[in-house]
Design a protein around this ligand. Structure first.
Ligand SMILES: C[S@@+](CC[C@H](N)C(=O)[O-])C[C@H]1O[C@@H](n2cnc3c(N)ncnc32)[C@H](O)[C@@H]1O
Length: 317
């Protein structure tokens, strides 16, 4: 398997440009919180031969593949099987932290893991297959109201109520255990007159994946913990692939760069939270050339911030 052909790291040049200034000293630590197949990590290790890398992932398959890919860097690399909300334990004293959120091409390509609506497979969707409940279990046990809420909230699905009803009706005759069957149920429940952007199952699959992996709750804990772990002058780069994640990152960065934290944040900053200045004006997108060459880069939103002294904070943008 040629992993370099399966997965091209998204906005790699921009990530290097933003993080490298914080990684200039000997032994500087970069934490790749979403190691995946190690595409970003490999590039950093090659280009900055003096740094050390700590790579985290909750997916053991990803860790195995990245481990083989990065083996040539020897003891400069430490890999950890963990959910990234535990980042505080692993990133203390780091000078750079990278989050490339969401699923990897490996997870999408492995049909049997059930992430892709285009491939019939058991509905698992757990990034860490050693723990947690599967998408099939969510579909079998959640009430109509619970299903509607996750489709609305995590999928921003306009037909959430209709789809939740259809799932409850379908599971009376047989459990929904395969992605192919779920797609059929959703297709049957979609009125012919409703024009859908993309596949009818796209948003429901996204919502189930977020629910199964508790992606937003985990991210809401992880971003402040990561910011807290960075040294002064340390930098954090986060790439999000859907608006809920990006909103959460934007609010965390804004709160840490404003003189007082805005009320009602979904992320909780520690009482003596460190101060940051944002390095990106709004969310940055991949350029047209990259978007044309790599469809995964189309939805990306990149934000970056640098830890500063308390008296250097910038106004939130
Ligand atoms: C988009 S991929 C990263 C790709 C990587 N940057 C590369 O270039 O190869 C995201 C990775 O993050 C991992 N991941 C997602 N949520 C996680 C979490 N809460 N904790 C730890 N790893 C997570 C996934 O298992 C996946 O391997």
């Amino acid at each position: 398997m040629d992993i370099r052909r399966i997965h091209t790291p998204v906005m790699l040049e921009r990530c290097v440009e933003l993080l490298a200034p914080a990684l200039q000293h000997d032994g500087a630590i970069l934490v790749d919180a979403t190691l995946g197949m190690g595409g970003h990590s490999e590039a950093f290790l090659e280009r900055l031969p003096h740094i050390r890398l700590i790579g985290l992932d909750r997916d053991t398959d990803a860790l195995r593949i990245a481990g083989e890919r990065l083996a040539r860097f020897g003891d400069r690399v430490t890999l950890v099987h963990t959910v990234y909300d535990a980042i505080g334990t692993h990133a203390e004293g780091a000078s750079g932290i990278l989050f490339d959120l969401g699923v990897s091409s490996l997870q999408l390509d492995e049909a049997e893991r059930g992430f892709a609506y285009a491939k019939d497979a058991p509905l698992d969707m757990r990034m860490d297959q050693s723990s947690g409940i599967t998408a099939a279990e969510v579909l079998a046990t959640y009430s109509e109201g619970q299903l509607r809420r996750i489709f609305e909230r995590y999928g921003e699905e306009k037909l959430a109520g209709r789809y939740a009803r259809a799932i409850i009706a379908a599971r009376q005759s047989a459990p929904l255990e395969r992605s192919g069957r779920l797609v059929e149920v959703l297709q049957e429940a979609t009125p012919a007159a409703v024009a859908r952007a993309g596949h009818p199952a796209k948003r429901v699959f996204q919502a189930l994946r977020i629910e199964v992996n508790r992606e937003l709750n985990v991210l809401a804990d992880a971003i402040p913990a990561a910011m807290d772990a960075l040294v002064l002058g340390g930098r954090i780069v986060v790439m999000s692939y859907q608006s809920l994640e990006d909103r959460l990152v934007k609010q965390a960065f804004s709160a840490a760069s404003a003189s007082t934290a805005p009320a009602g944040l979904p992320v909780e900053l520690p009482e003596h939270a460190p101060r940051f200045k944002t390095l990106t004006k709004g969310a940055e997108l991949a350029d047209e050339e990259e978007r044309a060459a790599n469809p995964r880069a189309i939805p990306v939103r990149l934000r970056a911030a640098e830890r500063v002294r308390d008296d250097q904070r910038s106004a939130a943008r």
